[in-house]
Design a binder for this molecule. Structure first.
Ligand SMILES: Nc1ncnc2c1ncn2[C@@H]1O[C@H](COP(=O)(O)OP(=O)(O)OP(=O)(O)O)[C@@H](O)[C@H]1O
Length: 914
């Protein structure tokens, strides 16, 4: 880059030096239209020259007049070759800015003005603006020597110059007589040649710089950088592909033939194809770049060759010039040697004119001056040679740099090739892997396809069969409505028949069910009957704090561990045994007692009347057994609970209604415990419908649906009793309390109605108050109690002896319980026993009464004998004959055997009294 300015400086300085030394060069003003813009005329203002003599000087040049123009050697060549062209057309400077259409004439171009007298015709207007100037750096008055990169107007400047040949020496001779003079055309020609060479050097340097800039630094490096960036991108892309491949390899079942992997494989194939395309593009770009580099290299070599040629030509030209110079010197010497004619001439001239002598002396001086100039020019030439040498060195350096750049380019190219090779290998490897994987997947797909084909082949017969079946079914479907109608008809007939059968079966089953129900009832009834329609059980309460302490509070009751129907009583030191249906010790729970009762509850639901009453002296535990406590309820509560649960179990077939009434008999007066007026005495009457049923007008009846309702009823009755009597405990001991439960059922399927009545009776205390000498109200109470209890005994005795007349009306109690003590009714008497010594007399009488009741039922033969009427105190005053405890026979012993089976039985003891 620094070559061109250096050369330009060198060129300009040489001209400036030349002019500065001479101080005689002046610019020729541009003149007229013959001179194109940019043509600067310079003339040598020799003495005695005129405008009109310019052409004559050119045609017959004389010393002191010269034109230096910014022309090429071709211009000068054309100018110095009048024999070749009639008009000096080639004098037109070969700049493109010249108007080549207007061919200047020698007269216009080679006009020489006198010093200090510029010719208007030769004046050339200055460029309008710096931009209009072909070389802006060259101002007016400055000699412009560089041609720059301006294209020659003819387009064949270089070739034209060299091919057409430079002006021959003969031509120069023809143009100038004084070849050796300082202003001779020959010297001018040489000077111009030197300038042309300089220009060529500058041009070559510029060309070299341009090539260097084109080849080395900028574009190639940029391209190389671009390629490196592209390579880096391709590397990253390849690494990413490798990572993806690695990831695909790492995935389990990556070789499977799933759609996802196929898609990934396709994507990879696409990427690979893209990479291949990019590699191909890069290859193409690289080849283009290589081609360009090769072209640039060729051009560089061509320029170098041209430079060499120029140098060679320059050397030849210098040699030729030196040869010419020598020839000129020799010619001058030979001319000088030809002294006679010269002397003759001189003498002639001296003779002819002193003026000529003067001109000769001036010419000699001028010749001397030209010689000095030639010497100076030689010096300049030497300097220029040195400069040329330095430019050679620069050229060598540039070549070295170019070589270095080429090496670097080669290295980059090699690297790029290596990277391309590496990328190619990676690409091939990836392609191979992808291809292998694709092959595996394709193989699996083929296998699947083969399997599918096999299945298809095997399915085809099945498909045919199915098609046949389908067609058959289609035909069947077409006829299906008819078939359906027929089938429906037959099915309807079958269903009707089945319904009839089922209906008849149901009727039969219903009949059987009813029969079975009746049978069950009968069996149950028979079971109860076998157990005894009147069953007697005893329950001994435990010793309580109320019994006190001491000998009177000792236990006088014992039990047979092997027979739960025997109870032993130690009375006045003598043991007395009694046999009942069951004896419960003090350890027996309420549930144990209730288990003996629950069969009667079932009978009540079946439509039987049931009567359960507790008998015993005051404080023996009657109320506890019947009512119990809230925490441990007695027979009443449990019976009703069982009643509700049984009713709910049968709710699907039976609709039951349960009603409850509560009454009290005190001193033979019947009172409603649930009524609004509990003090009102009620009467027992026969139903007016003639059914023989009894009813109590005014007795309140509550319908209950749950145990809670029952509890409310009990609470209400208890409240009535409390309100009526201040000493409830005392009163309750002297009255009979009755809970009357009516169970009415309807068979939902048959409409059969059943009615069962459950009487739960807590009798008054049975102690012998009358024998103890009680008086007044106590006596009256005792009499009523004894009367009612005796009446109960009479009724029971009459029932078990199956007498035609049962004295129910002897007391309010038996009268009210009439329907529950007759017929198929079931009766259970619970004899409550106090275990302590002080109550043994009352216990003895209670047990006697119970045993009598039970024994009366047994033995039909003795029944009649026992059916005599009991006096009101008889059951209390009877003394057992058997003092020794004996095992008693069961209630269901064979009739007639009872009197003989057990010597100590009540019946036998009763016989004498009968
Ligand atoms: N089996 C038993 N277990 C525990 N305590 C009992 C038992 N039987 C009765 N008792 C208790 O004995 C006492 C008297 O009982 P209860 O009032 O039931 O006798 P009662 O025969 O009904 O008397 P009354 O004729 O005066 O009504 C009560 O405190 C009762 O709790």
């Amino acid at each position: 880059m620094f070559v061109v300015p250096a050369l330009m400086r060198l060129s300009w300085s040489s001209w400036a030096l030349w002019r500065g030394r001479r101080g005689e060069w002046e610019r020729v003003p541009s003149t007229g239209q013959e001179e194109a813009p940019g043509c600067h005329g310079w003339h040598w203002p020799g003495p005695g020259t005129s405008n009109g003599a310019v052409l004559a000087k050119l045609q017959a040049p004389s010393p002191g007049s010269i034109l230096v123009s910014e022309t090429t050697d071709r211009d000068l060549q054309a100018a110095g070759a009048p024999e070749e062209t009639a008009e000096p057309r080639a004098m037109v400077p070969s700049r493109r800015t010249w108007n080549l259409g207007a061919t200047p004439s020698l007269l216009g171009l080679w006009r020489v003005g006198r010093a200090g007298e510029p010719q208007p015709a030769m004046a050339r207007p200055a460029p309008a603006s710096p931009a209009a100037r072909p070389f802006p750096h060259t101002g007016p008055g400055r000699l412009r020597t560089g041609r720059g990169k301006d294209t020659p107007a003819g387009g064949d400047e270089d070739s034209g110059v060299h091919s057409a040949g430079r002006p021959a020496l003969a031509q120069c001779r023809a143009l100038s007589v004084d070849w050796a003079g300082p202003g001779s055309p020959h010297r001018l020609y040489l000077t111009v040649q030197v300038e042309n060479l300089k220009e060529k050097l500058i041009s070559q340097a510029q060309e070299v710089s341009r090539l260097r800039s084109e080849l080395g630094g900028t574009d190639l490096e940029k391209h190389r950088d671009l390629l490196m960036v592209e390579n880096e991108r391709l590397r990253q892309e390849m690494r990413r592909c490798e990572a993806e491949l690695q990831e695909l390899r790492g995935k389990p079942g990556a070789a499977c033939t799933g759609c996802e992997h196929s898609q990934e494989s396709a994507q990879l194939r696409d990427k690979l194809s893209q990479l291949q395309l990019e590699v191909a593009e890069n290859k193409g770009m690289l080849s283009e770049l290589n081609l360009e580099v090769q072209q640039k290299t060729d051009r560089l070599a061509e320029v170098e060759l041209r430079l060499k040629d120029c140098l060679a030509e320059k050397a030849q030209e210098e040699e030729r010039l030196s040869r010419r110079l020598r020839d000129s010197h020799e010619t001058i010497a030979s001319l000088r040697a030809q002294s006679p004619p010269i002397k003759y001439v001189i003498k002639t001239v001296e003779v002819e004119s002193s003026k000529t002598k003067q001109a000769l002396s001036e010419s000699q001086a001028r010749n001397q001056h030209l010689q000095e100039q030639v010497a100076m020019q030689r010096q300049v030439l030497k300097e220029m040679e040195q400069q040329l040498q330095s430019s050679h060195q620069l050229t060598a350096q540039l070549r070295a740099q170019i070589a270095m750049y080429e090496a670097e380019l080669e290295r980059a190219h090699g690297q790029m090739l290596e990277e391309m090779q590496s990328l190619e290998e990676d690409k091939n490897r990836a392609i191979e892997e992808a291809f292998a994987r694709a092959q595996v997947e394709m193989k699996a797909v083929h296998e699947n396809l083969a399997g599918v084909r096999t299945n298809l082949l095997t399915l085809q017969p099945a498909l045919r069969t199915l098609t046949n079946d389908y067609n058959g079914l289609k035909r069947q479907v077409r006829g299906f409505p008819l078939l359906l109608q027929e089938a429906l008809k037959s099915v309807k007939a079958e269903i009707g028949q089945a319904i009839e059968e089922v209906s008849s079966n149901n009727q039969e089953l219903l009949r059987k069910y009813r029969r079975e129900l009746q049978l069950r009832k009968k069996c149950h009834n028979e079971l109860v009957r076998l157990k005894g329609n009147i069953r007697v059980i005893a329950r001994v309460r435990p010793v309580t704090k109320e019994d006190g302490e001491g000998p009177e509070a000792t236990n006088a009751v014992t039990f047979d561990p092997d027979d739960d129907s025997i109870i032993h009583l130690l009375h006045k030191g003598k043991p007395v045994s009694f046999e009942l249906d069951k004896v419960f010790s003090p350890r027996a729970s309420q549930q144990d007692v209730f288990q003996e009762v629950q069969a009667l509850i079932t009978s009540c639901i079946d439509g039987f009347n049931v009567c359960i009453f507790a008998y015993g002296q005051t404080g023996a535990g009657k109320t506890y057994t019947m009512e119990g406590t809230p925490e441990n309820p007695g027979i009443n509560q449990r019976a009703l609970q069982l009643l509700f649960s049984e009713v709910q179990e049968k709710a699907s077939d039976w609709a039951y209604t349960i009603t409850v009434s509560a009454a009290e008999i005190y001193n033979e007066a019947l009172r409603d415990l649930l009524g609004q007026e509990p003090q009102e005495k009620l009467e027992i009457r026969l139903c007016p419908d003639g059914s023989g049923q009894l009813y109590v007008p005014g007795l309140t009846e509550f319908q209950v649906q749950s145990v809670d309702d029952i509890n409310k009823v009990f609470e209400f009755g208890h409240t009535n009793r409390t309100t009526e009597f201040t000493n409830l405990n005392e009163h309750s001991s002297r009255s009979h309390a009755l809970l009357i439960v009516m169970v009415r059922g309807v068979d939902c399927s048959t409409g059969l109605r059943t009615t069962g009545k459950l009487n739960l009776v807590d009798l008054a205390g049975s102690e012998r108050v009358g024998k103890s000498g009680a008086e007044g109200s106590r006596l009256r109470e005792a009499q009523h109690i004894n009367k009612s209890l005796s009446a109960l005994g009479d009724v029971i005795a009459a029932l078990r002896s199956r007498q035609g007349h049962v004295p129910f009306r002897n007391s309010k109690l038996t009268y009210l319980l009439q329907d529950s003590l007759s017929g198929d009714s079931k009766t259970l008497m619970v004899v409550q026993v106090s275990p302590v010594e002080k109550n043994t007399s009352e216990t003895l009488y209670s047990l006697k009464f119970a045993e009598r009741v039970r024994s009366v039922e047994l033995g039909p033969g003795s029944r009649r004998a026992e059916l005599g009427s009991w006096s009101s105190q008889e059951h209390l005053e009877w003394e057992p004959a058997c003092q020794t405890p004996q095992p008693a026979a069961r209630a269901h012993s064979a009739p007639g055997s009872g009197s003989t089976s057990r010597p100590g039985s009540i019946r036998r003891k009763l016989q004498p009294s009968a």
